[in-house]
Design a protein around this ligand. Sequence first.
Ligand code: HBI
Ligand code: FE
Length: 286
Amino acid sequence: MGADGHPDIPPPGARADWTIDQDWSGYGAEEHQVWVTLYERQAALLPGRACDPFLRGLEALDLHDAGIPDFARLNGELRRLTGWTVVAVPGLVPDAVFFEHLANRRFPAGRFIRRADQLDYLQEPDVFHDVFGHVPMLTDPVFADYMQAYGRGGLRALGLGRLHNLARLYWYTVEFGLIEADQGLRIFGAGIVSSRAESIFALDDPSPNRLGFDLERVMRTPYRIDDFQQTYFVVPSLQALLDATLQDFDPIYARLARAADLGVAEILPEDRVYSRGTQAYAASRA
Ligand code: HBI
Ligand code: FE
């Protein structure tokens, strides 16, 4: 076992870098139908909620046609747009393997899809979360660079013992990020756009805090893996997010090593507050 609780060696049938063949022709009609159902739900919900780069990416990749996308076909277009590709993996892969792929502009995506009776429940990232949720943003050149920078940073953070801090950056941006658009707040996080309920909750519910993004502040903020977030962070632009990650993290990690974590729903005097959440939802679930 590695420090992250995953076995260090790939399962039988997977390559040394944990990739497998997608075996697109091996999907059954029921599996494709799960994709179509999820796709139609989200595609109806996201205009006016997801940010323009996501919606444009979804359009450009033409992801809906024949159910679960064929990665070989998808990669033709994605590679042309930003030099990223999608590779199939059996499920969660060890942190170092994950970062190595990202640092080389490869996004590891689960091959399997959730069952038709579990549309809203998911323990490990499946092909719908990974491809519908993550890949449209990878068509945006600035976001594409941000993900690669994160992969490189992940490899460094692992060596420095600060992965728990850096992982919060991924969580609150790549998975659960909001962005300020001309018309108001929009979603860019994959964990939100791939979830029907959170696509509504993250923008409309009075319960969560919505706070301005600050890199070091985000890295001090723990997160929920079991339920909707209690705090969402809002980036002013993807460029601002990329710029924040291009600075030297060493002094930040040095300060974080001495700083206490914040509460999941804490609001600091210096925070830019878009919404002060009631936390009523979180209280109802406690
Ligand atoms: N593996 N397939 C997969 N997908 C992920 O999102 C993922 C992973 N392994 C590690 C990981 N994420 C996280 O621990 C890092 O982002 C911190
Ligand atoms: Fe994800």
